[in-house]
Design a protein around this ligand. Structure first.
Ligand SMILES: Cc1ncc(COP(=O)(O)O)c(C=O)c1O
Length: 405
């Protein structure tokens, strides 16, 4: 076997199996398999935005490179959508089309962070952000947050403040949050922004689920006074318009930062796929009814899921995040753990793996909570939009007894 050189130290910390490696086990169960571990939708996008509807006859040069900045029709549609949503007319120059928010956030990390910088990651968080930060050689600092907000003794400003060091360069905010479906209250956003302003931090505002709030549309983070000049917004059409495979998203932020973003985009993917940029421009222009329908369908699915699992319904998004500690083995795993437990030492009880395996054996795939932060090993995430409502009902019938213990 020839010897291969070592991979980089940052790459060694990354895995492509963040969501679930239990697929084979579920398939072997011989049962109907419900892939509720992936964050996606069963809905097809509006016809005008589908890949098969884009024609070279309507768009000469459809298959050439798009401008680095973005397809002009898409940039116009983004500016119009932001105006409709937030009442603010962005300067087109301050918008950058990217190949999905994942790529956009990697570009953001490359322009905001130097290796060794620390990024505050209120947890639980979308798992890929940890890898995005780590890939830059920066340090993700995990802070239990979204799950703590309902605790009357929890002071978001004090908690974030305590995590700041001389190396802190940025804070990542994600409202609505993946995985909890929590929508941050204005006073929590203000508290986080005060910390950012006090320590001159960048704010990375991930708005992937911004259009999927089930009650009211909250005010976007970037429109708060203390966000000015320091906030980069990452947006995607993956969730709002059911176009995850299109790999199109956009960033917008302060002018000087966006010039650097444009430079970084040139060396990242150069441009997002041109045919899909055209497709997405149609989604942004004609997708309002589809989005409203999705919101209503997803809200129903959220309620049904929460009821079946016996947890509070999320306020937004496509996920339920559940603490399954009570369903796990209460006994410490080995003699040392037993000593620790007696001494009040570290809690090394069973993580959610055995419970996830029980679900997989019944045909349902869920994500391990540990992917969303080290404090969430005894939690699991379920995506209630991954399968159509009839299939979701069958999956919930399977899960109901498993969650009741
Ligand atoms: C919070 C959050 N941000 C960003 C993304 C990435 O979006 P995209 O598909 O545009 O890369 C996701 C996808 O699941 C997400 O949940």
């Amino acid at each position: 076997m020839p010897h291969a050189p070592d991979i980089s130290t940052t790459a060694a910390t990354l895995s492509d199996r963040v969501y679930s490696d239990l697929g084979g086990r579920a398939r072997r169960s011989g049962r109907e398999v419900f892939p509720l571990h992936v964050g996606d939708t069963y809905r097809e996008p509006i016809p005008a935005a589908r890949a098969e509807r884009q024609r070279t006859s309507a768009h000469p040069h459809l298959h050439t490179y798009a401008p680095v900045h973005g397809e002009p029709a898409l940039l116009d549609a983004i500016v119009a959508r932001v105006k409709q949503r937030a009442g603010v007319t962005l300067d087109r120059e301050d918008v950058q089309v990217v190949a999905g928010a994942t790529s956009g956030l990697a570009i953001a990390a490359s322009v905001m962070l130097d290796p060794g910088d620390e990024v505050l990651l209120p947890a639980p968080f979308w798992p890929l952000i940890r890898g995005v930060v780590a890939s830059r050689g920066a340090v993700p600092v995990q802070i239990p947050f979204y799950t703590e907000l309902s605790d009357p003794g929890f002071d978001p400003e004090a908690v974030l403040e305590r995590a700041v060091t001389a190396r802190t360069a940025a804070i990542y905010l994600n409202t609505p949050n993946n995985p909890t479906g929590c929508v941050l209250a204005p006073e929590t956003i203000e508290a986080a922004l005060r910390v950012a302003k006090r320590h001159d931090l960048w704010v990375l505002s991930d708005e992937a689920y911004e259009a999927l709030c089930f009650a009211t549309d909250p005010r976007p983070v970037w429109t708060y006074a203390d966000a000015a000049g320091r906030t980069l917004v990452a947006q995607t059409v993956s969730k709002t318009y059911g176009l995850a495979g299109a790999r199109v998203g956009y960033l917008h932020g302060p002018h000087t930062l966006m010039r650097a973003v444009r430079g970084a985009q040139t060396f990242a993917t150069y441009c997002a796929a041109r045919p899909m940029q055209v497709a997405v421009s149609h989604a942004l222009r004609q997708g309002d009814v589809w989005v409203a329908e999705s919101r209503a369908l997803y809200a129903d699915a959220a309620r049904a899921t929460a009821e079946a699992l016996g947890v509070p319904a999320p306020e937004a998004g496509t996920f339920v995040f559940a603490d399954v500690s009570r369903l796990l083995d209460a006994a410490p795993r080995d003699a040392n753990d037993a000593d620790d437990a007696r001494d009040g030492g570290p809690d090394r009880h069973e993580d959610a793996r055995a419970f996830l395996e029980r679900c997989a054996d019944a045909g349902v795939l869920l994500s391990p909570g540990g992917a969303f932060g080290t404090d969430y090993a005894r939690w699991v995430r379920l995506c209630f939009t991954a399968v159509a409502p009839d299939a979701l009902a069958r999956a919930l019938a399977v899960l109901r007894p498993l969650f009741r213990g």
